[in-house]
Write a protein that binds this ligand. Structure first.
Ligand code: MBD
Ligand code: FE
Length: 304
């Protein structure tokens, strides 16, 4: 009935409207569709290529791999870079650098006061105690901060995602004590690799990229009046420390390891022989509004 040129079609798609809709969604959709029409035309995308890509997208999202793709294509780090830039413009600085949350956080980890054991039973790697304080920018200890910590097992797998692991294995929420202290016992995790034979690995193979992350431990820290801090620390010496598939490593977040620390004072963590320790303080900025202290998307999950 109606013959259309590409431009007429684009015009129709981006202006057709029977109700006001949501202006932000309209503007973003218009921009993205316009850019994709242009990409298809400029790159002469065939129907086979297009539908193959749509099939990949469907399998990727059905398989729960969107967060791997966003991380691997740099979007997670992009959001952090933009947040850092916004802070700089606003004259806000100091504290522990943010680092990406990644797709593998699970809310509702068992909560304990002051200290926790992330490893259940025997450690499956070099025994590690990580400890320190949560502080504000003035150096005051933050009592009652909620420190969520999570990391991979000896095979690079995270509980709730990797088969055979127990619920909340290697995930805990530690409430800092009156002096802002936290400490936990676990073991040094290895790096992470994207799952083989998955939509994510298909893409990375086609891109000629690896899918490895250096060894790291994640943190999400919340306290009233302070800006929620999402970060991760890296274990020194990893091959991929400067070649992270998720582009997430940062200066100031590589911990130091002290070896052969005497066990005195660590009995409550079940430690009776010299062990490896990492001391690290987390420094949090003040929140300038309620949503920074409890950002909707993250806090709903922290307090779940
Ligand atoms: C991870 O363990 C991770 O931290 C990120 C950001 C992406 C994939 C796996
Ligand atoms: Fe991770």
């Amino acid at each position: 009935m109606t013959e259309l040129t590409q431009n007429q079609l684009l015009e129709l798609v981006t202006t057709k409207q029977i109700a006001a809709g949501n202006p932000r969604v309209r503007a973003l959709t218009q921009r993205i569709v316009t850019d994709l029409f242009k990409t298809i035309d400029d790159m002469d995308v065939s129907a086979d290529e297009f539908w193959k890509a749509m099939d990949w997208l469907a399998r990727m999202s059905q398989g729960g791999q969107i967060g791997l793709i966003t991380a691997g294509l740099g979007f997670d780090r992009l959001l952090d870079i933009r947040a850092d830039e916004a802070d700089q413009k606003a004259g806000r600085s100091g504290g522990t650098p943010r680092a990406i949350e990644g797709p593998l956080f699970i809310a509702g980890a068992p909560r304990s006061h002051g200290e926790a054991r992330l490893d259940e039973g025997e450690p499956k790697g070099e025994l590690l105690v990580m400890e320190g304080q949560v502080l504000d920018l003035e150096g005051n200890p933050v009592a009652g901060a909620l420190v969520d910590v999570w990391h991979a097992n000896e095979k690079g797998g995270y509980s709730h995602f990797f088969p055979g692991m127990k619920p909340y294995e290697l995930r805990r929420q530690i409430e800092t004590d009156a002096q802002g202290h936290y400490r936990f016992r676990s073991y040094l995790p290895p790096g992470y690799a994207i799952p083989p034979n998955s939509p994510t690995s298909e893409l990375f193979e086609a891109l000629g990229r690896h899918g490895n992350r250096p060894a790291h431990i994640h943190f999400l820290i919340a306290a009233p009046g302070l800006r929620t801090l999402t970060t991760q620390v890296n274990i020194p010496g990893d091959t991929y420390i400067d070649d992270d598939f998720a582009f997430a490593t940062r200066d100031g977040l590589i911990v130091e390891l002290e070896h052969n620390v005497p066990p005195a004072g660590y009995e409550s963590l079940g430690i009776s022989a010299p062990f490896t320790r990492s001391r690290f303080n987390f420094v949090m900025q003040k929140a300038i509004n309620e949503s920074e202290a409890s950002p909707a998307a993250r806090m709903a999950r922290v307090t779940a």
